[in-house]
Structures are given as structure tokens and as C-alpha cells.
Design a protein around this ligand. Structure first.
Ligand code: ADP
Ligand code: MG
Length: 273
């Protein structure tokens, strides 16, 4: 375990960098084999993008890493240590928002894994939450009930709770699906800053392939519970492979140096991808 460099962005500096390794992770739900032997390694400070069609197993993999679904195989941090509650923070695709709780109280839940058996938050815990709300431009919502927010605000509040946890591994399940373009890039830029300043590792299921390519160091393409490609975005996003996995003809373009994945023009689809 190594301590990350002092942050430049004013975040509390208690995050320790960790590598994460999954070996032969297997998850079944009744008859459904959601994950069928996933091997994965994420280095400290790395951003891994998880891509793949609906039902491929992206959310299940994130939930298995967070210890929220029973699995075979192993998930370990540096030196084969099993993750504790303080190690991994998950921003779920569909958060459960408690009635009658304010934004600040909800973000404070992120501190729960750090609290002792009396479960009383300290002044330091409240300071961490205030700093996270500020970073996410959410101070003005601090006293608002969490159930009285727009979809995009809710997504940022869910992220605030995860950041308040100060875990070295941040798991994001389609974190920007409810955000407009401006907020999407602002939130992803912030996560990228945290990664660079604090050395946290990011594993993010990402819907938009171009955005995934822009932010992730590496992409893992999941199909039917298996990783079918893992590497630099430009190598993983091959038109033929994507067309097969997403079962529709797709083309990969470069626009202003960025990767853009688009459906093949309809007139050419009759001849196949
Ligand atoms: P993705 O996030 O890639 O869209 P998921 O990981 O949510 O996919 O789902 C993978 C597979 O596991 C799907 O077939 C889904 O229907 C199934 N699945 C996920 N969660 C459950 C559950 N709690 N009970 C039963 N089946 C589930
Ligand atoms: Mg999902």
C-alpha cells in the first residue's frame, strides 16, 4: 500500500492507493450465469472503463467487487488483502434514496464504514462532507430532501456520498447517464482530477463508447458474462468486434482526434458491417 501524493485540489488527503485483482469471478442468479470467470487487474490510479451491451454483466461485476453479491473466485487488493468497507465506494446505477433525509445527511452516510461502534459522526466527518459538496457544486442543496432533486442533481449527490467515503477504489455504474453534456464532462473531469491528485483507481461502467475512450486508460469489453477484449481504447474499439458484440453494424471514426462510434449508414447495412 502506498500513500498518494498530496492533493492539489483541496480534498482531504487520507486516500491510500491500491491495486485491485479479480480472479475467475463467477456469479449466478438462479439459472442465469451473469459472470462466467472474470479476470481483471486495475493498477493504482488507473481508470478502467467497462463497456458492453445491456445485460452483459457490468453492474454485476461492480457489485461483486463491492461485495454486494455472492461470487466464486476472488477479489483482492494489494498483497491479496480482501477489500473492507472503507476500501471500495460504489455509485450504483439506480440509487435508493431514503425519504426525509437531506442531501448533507445522505452524503454523511458515506462516512459510515469509518465510524466506530457508537456510529457517531465527528466534526472531521462533517468537514469532509462539506468539502465534497463544495467540490460537486452542491452546497446550495445541502438542506434539501434527497427525494426533491432532478435526475442529474441526484446523480451528483450519489457521487458525493461515494466521495465522502474516501475509498481508494471508486466504482461507478453509468455515472453520467442522467447528466446533460456540460454536467457530464464536469463530473467526469472532477473524477479524473481525483484520480490524478489522490491516486484513486476508477472502474466505471460507461454507456457511451466515445466518452469511455476519452476518459479511461483502458477498456474492458464484457459480453455474456466474459471479458472479450481488454486494452487501450483504440485497440478494444474495433468496428468488427463491436458490431458482433452489440449485434448491430457499427463504424469507428476519429473526429478531432477523439474516437466516435456510430451506427453504420443504413444504406450499407444490407451488405453487413
Ligand atoms: P449490465 O449492467 O451489463 O447491463 P447486469 O450485470 O445488470 O448487466 O446483468 C447481467 C445479467 O444478470 C442479466 O442477464 C441480468 O438479467 C441478470 N441479473 C442481474 N441482477 C440480477 C438479479 N438480482 N437477479 C437475477 N438476475 C439478475
Ligand atoms: Mg448495468
Amino acid at each position: 500500500m502506498t500513500t498518494a501524493a498530496a492533493p492539489r485540489s483541496g480534498a482531504p488527503a487520507t486516500v491510500l492507493t491500491e491495486a485491485l485483482t479479480c480472479r475467475a469471478v463467477h456469479v449466478t442468479f438462479g439459472e442465469t450465469e451473469a459472470l462466467r470467470g472474470v479476470d481483471l487487474h486495475v493498477a493504482p490510479g488507473e481508470w478502467l472503463g467497462l463497456i458492453g451491451p445491456n445485460g452483459a454483466g457490468k453492474s454485476t461485476l461492480l457489485r461483486a467487487i463491492a461485495g454486494l453479491v455472492p461470487h466464486d473466485g476472488s477479489v483482492t487488493l494489494n498483497r491479496d488483502r480482501r477489500p473492507a468497507g472503507t476500501d471500495v465506494a460504489l455509485v450504483p446505477q439506480i440509487p435508493i434514496l431514503p425519504e426525509g433525509m437531506t442531501v448533507a445527511e445522505y452524503a454523511l452516510l458515506g462516512r459510515s464504514p469509518h465510524l466506530g461502534w457508537l456510529a457517531v459522526e465527528s466534526r472531521r466527518d462533517r468537514r469532509i462532507v462539506a468539502s465534497v459538496l463544495e467540490r460537486l457544486d452542491l452546497q446550495r442543496f445541502a438542506d434539501r430532501p434527497v427525494t426533491h432533486l432532478s435526475g442529474g442533481e441526484t446523480q451528483r449527490v450519489t457521487l458525493a456520498r461515494a466521495l465522502a467515503q474516501q475509498a481508494p477504489i471508486l466504482l461507478l455504474d453509468e455515472p453520467t447517464s442522467a447528466l446533460d453534456l456540460g454536467h457530464r464532462d464536469a463530473v467526469l473531469d472532477l473524477i479524473d482530477t481525483l484520480r490524478r491528485d489522490d491516486g484513486i483507481s476508477i472502474i466505471a461502467a460507461m454507456h457511451d463508447l466515445g466518452t469511455a475512450a476519452r476518459f479511461a486508460d483502458r477498456l474492458a469489453l464484457i459480453d455474456q458474462g466474459r471479458i472479450v477484449a481488454d486494452g487501450p481504447p483504440r485497440r478494444v474499439l474495433a468496428a468488427g468486434r463491436l458490431s458482433t458484440v452489440y449485434a448491430t453494424p457499427l463504424n469507428v471514426h476519429t473526429v478531432d482526434g477523439e474516437i466516435v462510434v456510430l451506427p453504420a449508414p443504413r444504406s450499407r447495412q444490407e451488405n453487413g458491417p
